[in-house]
Design a protein around this ligand. Structure first.
Ligand code: PHE
Length: 338
């Protein structure tokens, strides 16, 4: 009897109790109605009285030791995930740091600058109808952009197409909002162009639109100057050159002064020092009218810029195709950019 108790004491101390299930099995095996302690108690009754005085306290010690093990293990046993293939206890780390794509970095920076001026960011669909990409923007029926040579059509008659510019989002927003509105609209656009270092069939634009009473060309110029100084640096100069778009009148193209310090500067600015970054203008009264806004009461400006072009300037990237090849040697250069 003494030996049995001693062996059991050793057994109790050695049993590993790592999970709540194991603790419960252990408890039932020793303390349950048909458990090992019960067996000992039965045997205890049978032994001669003079031995009971010695064995009795040993039995008590055993029982207490078991109870102690159970209550202690209940607090330390952890719930382990079932075999899900995930070991939550493995040390972390060693996963290589990903990067933000340069297009995403530049897009976010542009949108942030305009959001700080009170422009709200919105997006529109990439697959569009003729109205939002062309007709609602005052494109005449014979305009070459409506040609298969320039535009990807999904269906013809009625025309469903991939938007060729984010100006389509202007129309959507003017139709569903009441002025005043100040919006910044980033997105992907598509044009049927041969892929080269300077052109791609898919690229990104950011569109801006501001409509209110008495919005003037001076507001447009000042807004874009502020943007250029936030993005390219506080000493940046811009110039506006007259241009033409069907949906703005008057229209302009905006250049930033890049400088002529290096041979590369001379080459990319074609010897002028100036680089074009966007198109803009006062929203044509026809466009306002087409979207249900009274041009007698409201005026506005709009602008659109290509993100790739600006990213190429920012990071001195010589070939547009780098953006879309997902070559790690290219992308890894942007580790740490936000
Ligand atoms: N949508 C024009 C383009 O893709 C840019 C633009 C936008 C011009 C808004 C004027 C106003 O070239």
């Amino acid at each position: 009897m003494k030996k049995r108790i001693e062996r059991m004491l050793a057994e109790v101390a050695e049993t590993e109790l790592n999970s709540p299930e194991e603790v419960e099995i252990f408890r039932v095996a020793y303390l349950g109605r048909k458990g090992k302690v019960k067996d000992l108690m039965m045997a205890f009754k049978e032994i001669p009285g003079d031995q009971k005085r010695e064995i009795g306290p040993m039995l008590n010690t055993l029982k207490q030791a078991i109870e102690h093990r159970v209550s202690e293990a209940k607090t330390t046993a952890v719930v382990r995930p079932k075999a899900s293939g995930v070991d939550a206890t493995r040390p972390s780390g060693g996963v290589p740091l990903g990067t933000h794509h340069p297009i995403q970095v530049v897009r976010r920076e542009i949108v942030d600058i305009f959001q700080n001026m009170g422009f709200a960011a919105v997006e529109g669909p990439e697959i569009e109808d003729d109205w939002h990409v062309f007709s609602g923007l005052n494109f005449p029926p014979e305009h070459p952009a409506r040609d298969m040579q320039d535009t990807f059509f999904v269906e013809r008659d009625p025309d469903i197409l991939l938007r060729t510019h984010t100006s389509s989002v202007q129309v959507r927003e003017m139709e569903r909002r009441e002025p005043p509105m100040r919006l910044i609209m980033p997105g992907r656009v598509f044009r049927n162009e041969a892929i080269s270092a300077r052109a791609h069939c898919m690229f990104h634009q950011v569109e801006g639109l501001y409509i209110d009473k008495e919005v003037s060309f001076a507001d447009l110029k000042q807004t874009l100057l502020h943007f250029a100084r936030c993005f390219f640096g506080p000493d940046t100069d811009i110039r506006l050159r007259p241009s033409y778009f069907p949906f703005t009148e008057p229209s302009a193209e905006v250049d930033v002064y890049w400088g002529l310090k290096t041979e590369v500067d001379k080459r990319i600015t074609k010897g002028t020092g100036w680089l074009e970054i966007l198109g803009c203008g006062m929203v044509d009264p026809n466009v306002l009218k087409a979207s249900g806004i009274d041009p007698e009461v409201y005026s506005g400006f709009a602008f659109g810029m290509g993100i790739e072009r600006i990213a190429m300037l920012r990071y001195q990237i010589g070939d547009l195709r780098h953006f879309f090849e997902n070559d790690r040697r290219f992308l890894d250069q942007f580790v740490g950019e936000r």
